[in-house]
Design a binder for this molecule. Structure first.
Ligand code: SF4
Length: 276
């Protein structure tokens, strides 16, 4: 298998135009198209690291797809930056798990935290549990604790690699494998190499490769499990048969018979992937 090191040796002898591309990588539609046409996650990661190095990062909360990306990067000798959004309200199990992952793969996981002043002002004005009050206040809290820190992270990145998949929710069915988004100052390529993987395929890959799993994702004796893991209180386990994101902000769930149930399920996004 081709590794980053073997590719670097090749670079010494390749023609100048390729050299130039690798030296001055540009986020543009040509690159976006190239990534869209690149089939395997391994090839995508290889191509992005080759060009962008520390200007590209895997951003993950340590859930299954993100763990697959960390594993693929490690297996292929691609020392990507790995970042996680630490809202300061994550589960103790998640903090422990991220420490285990860092030591298993010999990587640093950068914990991107909210601005302390912004959190202090929000809590002083609306209280620690403002997300119970209304959808607007929940979005405000997500904005302070997730979206704004992500925007600050993007100022130092050209490529944002995510573990998003189309099968994760109705809203994510429109996901693109690569798209250009804007930070405040420059274009950023957002890439979801596992876009087309199903949950079963991800679990199979995780099991076959003995990739660490956050214990919250494993089902308990009653079959309840966390389909997605975010902040304490705002994330709860789901029962078999419930929609994937039913465990998020459970107090906002529509009654099952409501005509708006699908629309409300679609709205179960914190804004991280739809407002940046
Ligand atoms: S998930 Fe809940 S606690 Fe976490 S940032 Fe959003 S509203 Fe705030």
């Amino acid at each position: 298998m081709e590794t980053y090191e073997s590719c670097q040796k090749e670079l010494v002898t390749v023609a100048k135009p390729i050299d130039e591309i690798l030296k001055y990588p540009v986020v543009d539609q040509t690159l976006c198209q190239e990534i869209l046409l690149t089939e395997t996650p391994q090839e995508i990661l290889f191509s992005l690291f080759k060009r962008f190095k520390e200007r590209a990062a895997i951003v993950t909360s340590g859930q299954l797809s993100g763990m697959v990306l960390i594993h693929l990067a490690a297996e292929n000798g691609l020392p990507f930056r790995v970042c996680t959004l630490d809202t300061l309200r994550l589960f103790p199990e998640t903090y422990d798990f991220l420490n285990q992952v860092a030591s298993r793969y010999g990587i640093e996981i950068e914990q991107i935290q909210p601005d302390p002043q912004e959190v202090q002002e929000m809590v002083a004005q609306h209280g620690e549990y403002l997300f119970f009050d209304s959808k607007a206040k929940q979005e405000y809290c997500c904005n302070i604790r997730k979206v704004r820190p992500m925007q600050r992270l993007l100022e130092g990145l050209d490529v944002w690699i995510t573990g998003l998949r189309r099968d994760q929710s109705e809203a994510r069915k429109q996901l693109r494998k690569a798209e250009i988004i804007s930070s405040a100052t420059h274009p950023v390529l957002k890439v979801s190499p596992l876009m087309q993987w199903t949950a079963d395929e991800v679990w199979q890959f995780v099991r076959e490769n003995e990739i660490p799993v956050n214990p919250l994702l494993e089902a308990d004796a009653q079959g309840h499990y966390y389909e997605s893991i975010g902040c304490v209180i705002c994330t709860t386990p789901i029962k078999p048969g419930e929609p994937n994101r039913a465990g998020r902000w459970r107090w906002q769930n529509a009654p099952a018979a409501s005509e708006n149930a699908d629309a409300e399920e679609n709205a179960k996004e914190c804004g991280l992937h739809y407002s940046i």
